[in-house]
Design a protein around this ligand. Sequence first.
Ligand SMILES: Nc1ncnc2c1ncn2[C@@H]1O[C@H](COP(=O)(O)OS(=O)(=O)O)[C@@H](OP(=O)(O)O)[C@H]1O
Ligand SMILES: [Mg+2]
Ligand SMILES: [Mg+2]
Ligand SMILES: [Mg+2]
Length: 382
Amino acid sequence: MEKEKYSEELNVAVRVVHMACGLCQKVQKGLLGNALDDDEVKSKDDDSLVTIADWSVQATVSWILSNTFGSENVSIVAEEDVQTLSKPESAGLLGKVVSTVNECLAQASRYGLEGPDKTLGPSEILEAISRCNSNGGPLGRHWVLDPVDGTLGFVRGGQYAVALALIDNAEVVVGVLGCPNYHMKRDRHNKHQQNHISSEVSVPSPDVLEEGCVMYSKKGTGEAWVQPTVYGDSKYEWPNFAKQVRVSPIDDPALATFCEPVERANSNHSFAAGLASSVGLRNKPLRVYSMVKYAAIAQGDAEIFMKFARAGYKEKIWDHAAGVLIVQEAGGVVTDAGGRSLDFSKGIYLESLDRGIVACSGTKLHEKLIGAVYASWESSSL
Ligand SMILES: Nc1ncnc2c1ncn2[C@@H]1O[C@H](COP(=O)(O)OS(=O)(=O)O)[C@@H](OP(=O)(O)O)[C@H]1O
Ligand SMILES: [Mg+2]
Ligand SMILES: [Mg+2]
Ligand SMILES: [Mg+2]
């Protein structure tokens, strides 16, 4: 792949994810400051949650991508729709989304992006959200957005992620993960510190990296990068420095750590525990909400991520695209539980996924785990 290909897309994606992280942190602080407001957190038909942050990030990213690349050129596959938000009784909720989005877009120039000339009204915001109704598919370019991944973690004050990827002819070519509550590793001696998003950088003092982070990568580069977030009380400003991340070198199961979803409803903890013990993992699992699990693998904080959803649940592409690319480019391996690559060509679902997802820092651990899945009689009952 030519070096410059997708550079502009990556550039815009990283900036808008930084903006979205600022938006989310502000909303999360507000949610946690008050008793949970009925108006700000809603249950969807499948009993999962959606908040003003989910809709507001989707509107913001949609508006920026359409304004930058032209709405006629932009296909976006994203999680949220406008059903609840367009109901007459949701006027208060919509009002909060409108002000949250406008406040965020007013910051666009700070990130070198173009914002709207005037405040957007409710119909423009609804239009921006509902424009993200593409079904993706095998041909052409599709942006894939999970505005808030790990909404449960978000409302509980825990980990969550803003995930944006670009798929081109079924391949994930750009991946950006904003992790507002996940810290980048401290590293005084990282020589690979630079910035491809801008030539002017704000340089860190080395041991104060306690901000959240934005991780990103471009297909075929063999590199993944992380930046601290820059909003609120952050010590950093845009344009920001970036540091290369790499998966953990540990390949001895006895020293490795695996992560998995927090909720039992989302992944079979006992099946994962069985696999862990059969390959000789000894550490307790790290249970983390959201795609921050992929960020943890890419940064070398853990070696394995396993997710085994219940039979009948179909994984969605926005829950994985950005994280999978970042882990792969950082040196890791991601497949389904049968050892096959994930297929992003079939629309909004990862169709024909075999049992679950296994991401590892290297092939040695990965082969052992896939072998253990095959060997496990339990796997047939998943
Ligand atoms: N039943 C079931 N099984 C498996 N996965 C499901 C299920 N229901 C939902 N989801 C999707 O899982 C996303 C959250 O995954 P996590 O790894 O963060 O799970 S957990 O909250 O830590 O338990 C979550 O993403 P968000 O909705 O963006 O939070 C969902 O897309
Ligand atoms: Mg959701
Ligand atoms: Mg999600
Ligand atoms: Mg989500």
